[in-house]
Design a protein around this ligand. Structure first.
Ligand SMILES: NC(=O)c1ccc[n+]([C@@H]2O[C@H](COP(=O)([O-])OP(=O)(O)OC[C@H]3O[C@@H](n4cnc5c(N)ncnc54)[C@H](OP(=O)(O)O)[C@@H]3O)[C@@H](O)[C@H]2O)c1
Length: 276
C-alpha cells in the first residue's frame, strides 16, 4: 500500500496519540497538532511533523492547514480528533460554556475542513475522518451539550460526504463508545460551573457515574487506532464507524426506540401531506 500522509489534530494524548503512533509504526507520514507545538512523549521521529494548533483559533487553523499541505505537497487523510467533553445538565450550562464547547468540537473542525477542501478538490482525492461520539446518536443525561456538538458534526458530515464524493473525497465519522483516555479526567472534561440540585438524580448521577468509571472504560485506544486505519484503507470506507461494544449496544437501543416511535405514530406522520 502506498505511503499515506495524515494530518491528525490533538496528538498530545488519548486517541490522537494512539492513532499517530499506529500510523507512524506502519510507515506513513504524520503531521500532528498539539496546542504548544511540542511533540508528545514517545512520538518524536523523522516521519512526524508537529504543528501548534488551538482549535478555538480559526485563523491559526487556516494557516496551519496551508502549512500542512505544503509540508509534503499533499494530504491523504485528515483526522479531526481534538475535542473535549462538557458535563452537566442542559439547563445548568452557561452560554459561554456552550459556545466554547461548540467552538472546539464543531466550529474548529468545520474551519479546518473548509480550509482543507480547496486543496483536496485540487488533488481530487482525500479522506476526512471526523471523530464524533456515540453520544451523537444516543445521548445520555449530563452530556446533552457535548452530544449536541458531535451531532452537529455528524449531520454536517452526512451532507458533506455527498457533496464531495464527485471529487474523489471520502468522509467518515468515527463514533466511539467510552475509551480509556484522559477524556474523563480533570485535565480534559469540564463540568458546568453551575449545578442545579433538582437534576441530582438524573444528570448529576449520570455524570458522577461516568467520572467514577474513568480509567476503567472498555475501549482500548490502540485497538481503536488500528480499527480507524483499517477503515481508512478500505476500498469503500464507512460513512459511520462505531467503535466498541458499548457504542454498538447503545446505538441499537436508540434505533429500536426510533423504530418503535415510527411504527406507533406512522398514521400521524402520514397525516400531514396535501391530499393527492
Ligand atoms: N475517550 C472517549 O471515551 C471518547 C468517546 C467518544 C468520543 N471521543 C472523542 O475522541 C476525541 C479524542 O478524545 P480522547 O478520548 O483522546 O481525549 P483526551 O485524552 O482528553 O485527548 C483530547 C485531545 O484533544 C486536544 N484538545 C482538547 N481541546 C483542544 C483545543 N481547544 N485545541 C486543541 N487541542 C485540543 C487535547 O490537547 P491537550 O493535551 O493540549 O489538552 C488532546 O490532544 C475527542 O474528539 C472526543 O470527543 C472520546
Amino acid at each position: 500500500m502506498a505511503q499515506k500522509i495524515w494530518l491528525i489534530t490533538g496528538i498530545s494524548r488519548g486517541l490522537g496519540h494512539a492513532l499517530a503512533q499506529a500510523v507512524l509504526d506502519r510507515g506513513d507520514l504524520v503531521i500532528g497538532t498539539t496546542r504548544n507545538g511540542e511533540p508528545p512523549a514517545g512520538l518524536g521521529c523523522e516521519s512526524l511533523t508537529v504543528l501548534p494548533l488551538e482549535m478555538a483559533d480559526e485563523r491559526q487553523i487556516a494557516r496551519q492547514v496551508e502549512v500542512a499541505f505544503g509540508r509534503h505537497g499533499r494530504l491523504d487523510v485528515i483526522v479531526n480528533n481534538a475535542g473535549y467533553g462538557l458535563l452537566g445538565s442542559v439547563e445548568s450550562a452557561s452560554e459561554d460554556e456552550v459556545k466554547q464547547v461548540f467552538t472546539v468540537n464543531f466550529f474548529g473542525p468545520l474551519a479546518l475542513i473548509k480550509a482543507a477542501l480547496p486543496f483536496l478538490r485540487a488533488q481530487n482525492s482525500g479522506h476526512i475522518v471526523n471523530i464524533s461520539s456515540v453520544q451523537a446518536i444516543a445521548s445520555t443525561p449530563g452530556a446533552g451539550l457535548y452530544a449536541a456538538t458531535k451531532a452537529a458534526l455528524d449531520a454536517m458530515s452526512h451532507s458533506l460526504a455527498q457533496e464531495v464524493a464527485p471529487f474523489g473525497i471520502w468522509v467518515s465519522l468515527v463514533q466511539p463508545g467510552a475509551f480509556r483516555t484522559a477524556f474523563l479526567s480533570a485535565h480534559s472534561a469540564r463540568r458546568t460551573a453551575h449545578s442545579i440540585d433538582d437534576y441530582a438524580a438524573t444528570s448529576g448521577r449520570a455524570v458522577d457515574g461516568l467520572l467514577t468509571r474513568s480509567g476503567q472504560q472498555l475501549g482500548d485506544p490502540r485497538r481503536g487506532a488500528t480499527a480507524i486505519i483499517e477503515a481508512v484503507d478500505a476500498d469503500e470506507p464507512p460513512l459511520n464507524l462505531l467503535l466498541g461494544s458499548d457504542a454498538l449496544t447503545r446505538t441499537k437501543a436508540r434505533l429500536d426506540r426510533f423504530d418503535e416511535d415510527i411504527r406507533r405514530w406512522e398514521s400521524l406522520t402520514l397525516s400531514t401531506d396535501f391530499p393527492g
